[in-house]
Design a protein around this ligand. Structure first.
Ligand code: ADP
Ligand code: MG
Length: 347
């Protein structure tokens, strides 16, 4: 349950970009294989990877890698804690007319969907639902009671957009005269309560799963984008985008078996690199954002310019067997936003 009340006014000290890391618990399969937990989360900000290595003479040693982020969540933290710490502030900003974005980045199986969607079977709410509770609470205030909420849900697979709320119709983003990017024909469903959002998400998720069985796509190769718009009359007042990114390991699939997987991998790699460059441009206050670098960054153009905020949640698996992908995720997250390097005194 939500510990504190949603406070619209308090945005003091909130950075425009937050990069956080979330470690998931060791699962049964890993336990059964005696896979070792090599990740230590310290002081809520630092992550240490204890990578097992072997010298040429076969003696084993541990190499430690230390990273520092805006926040680091250990395996015992809940979706509520993640929400309260880093997502609620951007939902608040959307009520101050911002375009805000929350990304879940990480290898397949690291907890991206658990964070965003939660677990429907175990009734664990994720970011989508926790945010919508706050949204409908805010609408009870007179100052926001005129706002209407619209939801869209689509995925980007192999550089193409598919509407998850409309029979996987292929969509095309177009730039209008004011240089805004519009997705022509994208389904926008109005909702007036949290239950309606849940039904829409369930419907959209089933469109992802169906495609998985019928074609050679799977959800780890596509980016799922859930957008919640706050509208006043027909104008966008604020916008919240949640992006469950394709598995980051897929970007490295460029030397994989068949042609299609290679093509997918190259496309995913391109979009994850473009995403990093766009957030970096925002972080460094550059007046040029390379949003044309991929379909993903193109459709998110307004999230990288003007009144915008971004949260990147880097999800990591705890075990030795994932150390390479985990280090890649930590390095990626580290590059997105440069923070001061931690010293031993900080720990
Ligand atoms: P991804 O979307 O990154 O591929 P998932 O979110 O599907 O990964 O997570 C893989 C598995 O691990 C799922 O069964 C999920 O329920 C479980 N899991 C992930 N993160 C957590 C967590 N923080 N606590 C408990 N279980 C988790
Ligand atoms: Mg997933």
């Amino acid at each position: 349950m939500m510990q504190q009340e949603f406070n619209i006014d308090d945005l003091s000290n909130e950075p425009r970009i937050k990069v956080v890391i979330r470690k998931r618990p060791v699962n049964k399969k890993e336990q059964a294989k005696s896979d070792v937990d090599i990740i230590e989360v310290k002081t809520g900000q630092s992550v240490i990877v204890k990578e097992m290595k072997q010298k040429v003479d076969l003696t084993k040693y541990v190499e430690e890698h230390l990273f520092n982020f805006d926040h680091a969540f250990g395996e015992n933290c809940t979706n509520e804690e993640v929400y309260m710490t880093c997502v609620r502030p951007i939902v608040t900003a959307a009520f101050q007319r911002a375009r805000v974005t929350c990304f879940a980045y990480g290898q397949t199986g690291s907890g991206k969907t658990h964070t965003m969607l939660g677990s429907v079977a175990n009734r664990v709410p994720g970011m989508y639902v926790l945010a919508s509770h706050d949204i409908f609470t805010a609408l009870q205030r007179p100052q926001f009671s005129h706002l209407q909420i619209f939801v869209s849900f689509y995925e980007i697979y192999c550089g193409k957009l598919f509407d998850l709320l409309n029979d996987r119709q292929i969509l095309h983003p177009r730039e209008d005269g004011k240089q805004n990017i519009n997705i022509i024909g994208l389904m926008e469903q109005r909702i007036t309560n949290v239950d309606q959002l849940l039904k829409i998400i369930e419907f959209g998720m089933s469109a992802r799963v169906t495609a998985q069985n019928s074609a050679n796509t799977d959800s780890s190769r596509s980016h799922a984008i859930l957008q919640i718009q706050l509208k006043e009359q027909n104008n966008v007042y604020g916008k919240i985008s949640f992006i469950d990114l394709a598995g980051s390991e897929r970007g490295a699939d460029v030397i994989d078996q068949n042609k299609q997987t290679r093509k997918d991998g190259a496309e995913i790699n391109k979009s994850l690199l473009a995403l990093k460059e766009c957030i970096r441009a925002l972080d460094q206050g550059k007046n040029y954002t390379p949003f044309r670098g991929s379909k993903l960054t193109l459709v998110l153009k307004d999230s990288f310019t003007g009144n915008c905020r971004t949260v990147m949640i880097g999800n990591i698996s705890p075990c030795q067997s994932s150390s390479e992908h985990t280090l890649n995720t930590l390095r990626y997250a580290d590059r997105v936003k440069e923070l001061k390097k931690p010293t031993n005194q900080d720990l």
